[in-house]
Each structure stands twice: as structure tokens, then as C-alpha cells.
Design a protein around this ligand. Structure first.
Ligand SMILES: [Zn+2]
Length: 297
């Protein structure tokens, strides 16, 4: 039987595929544990019809959802030095990068930059891809954010940031921490040009990303239930030896405490953005941006 179990069976499994078909058709809601039909979930922008839980989505789905008619142009990312520290833990950093690029495309990184229109306004969207090494921010993300800001200034467009990130990329050590001031500079370039910088906080926005580019928006929106914070709740509880209040580090809690301007359901995000950009930039193309006055007040 050895020959059958060791040789034939793996071959059959390789052909048929180990994955249960239902895995692709149905998805369990992390909020209420109900099984959701994938196509229906997709049509509902990955919001649970039962409990309203906002499931995590990829960067590409995110930009498609935000731009008018889902039309956009993707910006090629600047080339950076890969693996500057020659880092290795259980696996080589270069191999981790290759694995992620195998899934998201050879030229991809944890930030996707695209330009198009939202409502009548020109906009550049920089969206984090959480699936790419936890959306971690290293040199490539810093450079991509600077490129996004430069594009926004050149096109007289608003810059919209959508974080979904665990924070700095540990494989790049101190170089990843340096991306915090660099991305703030990027946001400042947009603001200095009199253009809006809007942040949509999504689940999760933590660590160095929440402590830099994620928290300096002219307007800060958040998706319902999104975890937004610097250190994890458990670490804080253990440090201060106190029980944290209910809903701590959730979008609604941050809204109640003035850190977030508006919590917006995903199906209403594009419309809300269009409305905001209309107010801030003027609805007619070519009209002088009204933002300076808004920033001054
Ligand atoms: Zn649910």
C-alpha cells in the first residue's frame, strides 16, 4: 500500500486540489460567524448582510470601489534597494518579498497608488495592501507615498490615503522607522500645494503607520469597527495594569474622542469622498481650490 499512499495519492491530490470547493464559494463572517455566499458578499463590498461587519479587502478592490466607474490608472512604483540589511529570520527577507510579489504582481509592494476621478475631482489614492507582508511600511512604501504626493501636486489632485497596516517593516530595521517622517513630508507637500489630504482608516491601522501618515489627514474618516491604534490593547493593559474601556481602539471610540471626523460605512465611502472633495476643491474643473481658506479656519 505504500506505493499507493506515498506516490499515487499525492498525485491525485495535486490534480484535484486539496481545497474544499466550499472554501471559495462561502466565507465565514468574523463578526457573527454566519456563512456568507462569496458572490453576494462581493456585490455588497465585503460587508456582512447579517451583522454589518466590514471584512478586510485588498488594495485593488479598494481603489476600484473609490474611483468613478471603477476607472483608474495605476502609478508604477519607484525602484528601491531591496533587502538593504540582508535580513533573515526563519526565512530570508528577499524570499518573503518574492512570495508576496508572486501573489500581488512582480512590481507590487504594500502600497498601491492609482489616479482617477472621485465625483468631479481629480484624486490620487494610495491604498495599503494588508496581504503584502501585513501592509508593513519599508523603503518602498515610503518612496511610493512620496511619488503619490508628487503626482497629486502635478495633477492638482487630492491625495487619499487608505491605511491597512501592522506598522513598520521589521526586516528593514531603522530604515523602516525613517519612513515615518518621510511620509509626513509627503502629506505636507500636498497640503502646501493647497490640496486636500484625506485619510480613510481601515482595519487594522496600527504601529508606525498610525503614528505618522495615518494621523495627519485634513479630514480623517474611518470604517465601522476598524481597529486603529499604536500598540496592541493587550500590551497596554499589561503595561498600565488596568482594564481598558470597551470599544477601545475601535473607529467609533476614536470618533467619540475626537480622533476621527466621521465613521462611514463602506458603501457610502465613495459618495462621502466625492462630497468632501466637491466642498474642498470646487466641483467645476479648473476652479481655484477653496482649501486654503478651509485650512486657515
Ligand atoms: Zn456578520
Amino acid at each position: 500500500m505504500n506505493w499507493l499512499t506515498n506516490f499515487v495519492l499525492p498525485k491525485i491530490r495535486a490534480v484535484v486540489g486539496k481545497k474544499d470547493v466550499r472554501d471559495n464559494l462561502w466565507k465565514k463572517c468574523p463578526g457573527c460567524e454566519e456563512m456568507l455566499y462569496y458572490r453576494e458578499l462581493e456585490a455588497n463590498l465585503h460587508v456582512c448582510r447579517n451583522c454589518g461587519h466590514h471584512l478586510r479587502i485588498g488594495a485593488l478592490e479598494r481603489v476600484k470601489m473609490l474611483f468613478d466607474e471603477g476607472l483608474f490608472e495605476r502609478l508604477p512604483l519607484p525602484k528601491v534597494v531591496q533587502d538593504p540589511l540582508r535580513f533573515r529570520d526563519k526565512k530570508r527577507y528577499l524570499d518573503r518579498l518574492k512570495d508576496a510579489q508572486g501573489i500581488f504582481g512582480a512590481e507590487s509592494e504594500a502600497l498601491l497608488v492609482a489616479s482617477g476621478h472621485i465625483g468631479a475631482a481629480r484624486a490620487v489614492v494610495a491604498a495599503f495592501e494588508f496581504g503584502f507582508m501585513g501592509g508593513s511600511m519599508g523603503l518602498a512604501v515610503g518612496d511610493a507615498m512620496l511619488a503619490a504626493a508628487d503626482l497629486a501636486v502635478r495633477q492638482k489632485a487630492a491625495l487619499i490615503l487608505v491605511p491597512a497596516s501592522g506598522g513598520a517593516r521589521m526586516q528593514e530595521g531603522v530604515l523602516s522607522l525613517m519612513q515615518m517622517p518621510r511620509t509626513i513630508i509627503a502629506a505636507d507637500r500636498v497640503k502646501e500645494a493647497g490640496l486636500p489630504y484625506i485619510v480613510i482608516l481601515t482595519d487594522p491601522t496600527t504601529g508606525g503607520v498610525s503614528a505618522s501618515l495615518g494621523m495627519v489627514g485634513d479630514v480623517t474618516l474611518a470604517e465601522p469597527g476598524a481597529v486603529v491604534g499604536f500598540a496592541g490593547a493587550r500590551v497596554i493593559e499589561e503595561t498600565i495594569r488596568e482594564k481598558l474601556p470597551e470599544g477601545f481602539q475601535r473607529a467609533e471610540y476614536l470618533y467619540a474622542h475626537g480622533m476621527v471626523d466621521l465613521v462611514v460605512r463602506r458603501p457610502e465611502l465613495a459618495q462621502t469622498l466625492a462630497l468632501l472633495l466637491g466642498h474642498l476643491m470646487g466641483e467645476r474643473p479648473g476652479r481655484e481650490p477653496a482649501l486654503r481658506a478651509a485650512q486657515a479656519s
